[in-house]
Design a protein around this ligand. Structure first.
Ligand code: UDP
Length: 316
């Protein structure tokens, strides 16, 4: 496994993954339409194809380059967009992925790594937490359904053509460069508000929980999925630790050395109460474990955001 194509490599997770792959001496290529990603996220001289995963250019690129593996991160990432524009979501996330799979198997790609999501599980009975990968999927959004559908295609391509795969179901990922062009998750929203001296808004009572995983650890999981002798399975990429939203302002307040004002607003429609994913399978079969405690990951993100904020201020 030497020559790797990362779709969506100029995005948030790609910005953590691509340097790591280069460090590990893979030959890295990025395919990105730059709709939300940015060239600035990539190390200088990264080989970049600016095109959509749905484009007819994809097959000529694959035929010419003959990649050993594909890490498929590209896609539309907003749950609300998927519900408002399900056709667009399916074109990007389902049809685009099938186009890659089809091209991959025709051009001798050996392994296909897919960025899936906890959204494939839906709202599962709390007695089943931390959720194992063996649960039946029951998505509650078009986004979750798109991801679950692509998972099925990937397993079918494994059965039909022997394409090796790893399906990685990410928990709530956070880290530097998240959501620069969009909303991002709650951590990136709170950090931005803290750095900008704004109040934080918590939806609902704040006792809802999420499993927050640092993007650098996600990148490590992808490298582990590429290098494991045999991957073929579904893996949660999570900390298996539950954090409630009310804990975040206190950690940020410590980091920022200032008091943070919190206001409470009505619960967000469709919000899941508790989310925590088992990471036992990834530990066992990929030898991967998360390394970054929430406080350390938040510090990295906070320091990065402060330096960005200062740069923006200085250049005004
Ligand atoms: N949340 C919040 N304030 C915000 C943004 C999000 O209280 O400014 C809450 C949100 O209602 C949810 C949790 O934080 O309960 C995680 O939200 P996010 O959108 O990051 O992830 P998801 O709900 O998709 O897991």
């Amino acid at each position: 496994m030497k020559k790797i194509l990362v779709t969506g490599g100029a995005g948030f997770i790609g910005s953590h993954l691509v340097p790591k792959l280069i460090e590990n001496r893979f030959e890295v290529f990025v395919l990105d339409n730059l709709s939300s990603g940015s060239k600035k996220n990539l190390p200088d001289n990264t080989k970049l194809f600016v095109t959509d995963i749905n484009s007819s250019n994809v097959s000529s690129i694959f035929e010419r380059e003959r990649f050993d593996a594909v890490v498929h991160l590209a896609g539309q990432t907003m749950v609300n967009v998927s519900v408002e524009r399900p056709v667009f979501d399916a074109e990007e996330n389902v049809v685009g992925s099938i186009n890659l799979l089809e091209t991959a198997r025709k051009t001798g790609v050996k392994r296909f790594i897919f960025a899936s999501s906890a959204a494939t599980y839906g709202d599962v009975d709390e007695s089943l937490l931390p959720l194992p990968e063996t649960l039946p999927t029951a998505p509650m959004s078009c986004y979750g359904l798109s991801k679950a559908t692509v998972e099925r295609y990937i397993r079918l391509y494994h059965d039909m053509y022997g394409l090796e795969y790893a399906i990685l179901r990410f928990a709530n990922v956070y880290g530097e460069r998240q959501g620069d062009g969009g909303e991002g998750g709650v951590i990136s929203v709170f950090v931005r508000q803290t750095v900008g001296n704004k109040d934080i808004t918590i939806y609902g009572d704040g006792e809802q929980t999420r499993d927050f995983i640092y993007a650098g650890d996600v990148a490590d999981a992808i490298v582990a999925a590429l290098t494991a002798p045999e991957a073929n399975d579904i893996y949660n990429v999570s900390t298996q630790t539950e954090t409630c939203i009310n804990e975040l302002p206190a950690i940020l307040s410590d980091l920022a050395g200032k008091k943070i004002n919190v206001t409470y607003a009505p619960e967000r429609a469709g919000d899941i109460r508790r989310s925590i994913l088992s990471n036992v399978n990834a530990g066992k079969k990929l030898g991967w474990q998360p390394k970054t405690p929430l406080k350390d990951g938040l510090k990295k993100l906070y320091d990065y955001s402060i330096s960005r904020f200062k740069t923006a201020f200085d250049t005004k």
